[in-house]
Design a protein around this ligand. Sequence first.
Ligand code: SAH
Ligand code: MG
Length: 185
Amino acid sequence: MLNDLKQYAKDHNVPIICDDGLLFLKKTIKDYQIKSVLEIGTAIGYSAIFMALEGCHVTTFERNKTMIELAKKHIEPYQNQIELIAEDALLFDGNLGMFDMIFIDAAKAQYQKFFEKYTPYLKQGGIVVCDNLSFHHLDIQKVSRSTRQLIQKLERFKTYLETHPDYQTTFYDVGDGMSITKRVE
Ligand code: SAH
Ligand code: MG
C-alpha cells in the first residue's frame, strides 16, 4: 500500500517524505508517545497513512484539488484515524482539537505563518516537526533568484525558531533537513 503510493509519487513528482524522514517520524512518534498529529500538507496521503499505521490520529490539511482527490481515495480505509481538511491551512478558520505533534510539510515560504497560526493547538509537552528545511542542500550561489529567496526565507525561519524565547529547537540532518521544536514549559 505505502509502496504503491511511493511509486505514484515518484512517477508524478509529488514531493513526499523520504525513507529516512519516515524513520525519523517513527522514532519521534515513539519517543514522544505521540497520539494525535496535525499535518500541514497531505499531498497524496503518504505520510498521513504512515503515521496512522504508527497508531496516530491524524488531522491533515491539503489545498490542491488534484491532491485532495487522490488523498481522499487513499485514506478511505483509514477514515476513523485520518481526517482530511480540504482547505488552505492559512485560510482555515474552523474548530480544531489539541495535538501532541504538528508536522509542517507544506509551502516552504509559509513555515513561520503555519508555526504561528497552529502552535496554539499544541498540547502541553507537544512538539512541532518540520520537514524540508535545507532545500536539498543547494548552493545558494548557483540557483535562480526565486529559489534563493526561498532558501533565505527558510534561513530566516530557522533563525526565528532558534531565537524564539518560548521554544527550543533541534535541527537534524535527515533528508532535506528536519527539526523538532519543544515549548519551554
Ligand atoms: N506530507 C506529504 C507531502 C506534502 S507535499 C508526504 O510526505 O507524504 C506538500 C503539500 O502541501 C502539497 O501537496 C501542497 O499542495 C500542500 N500545501 C502547500 N501549502 C499549503 C497550505 N497553505 N495549505 C494546505 N496545503 C498546502
Ligand atoms: Mg516534505
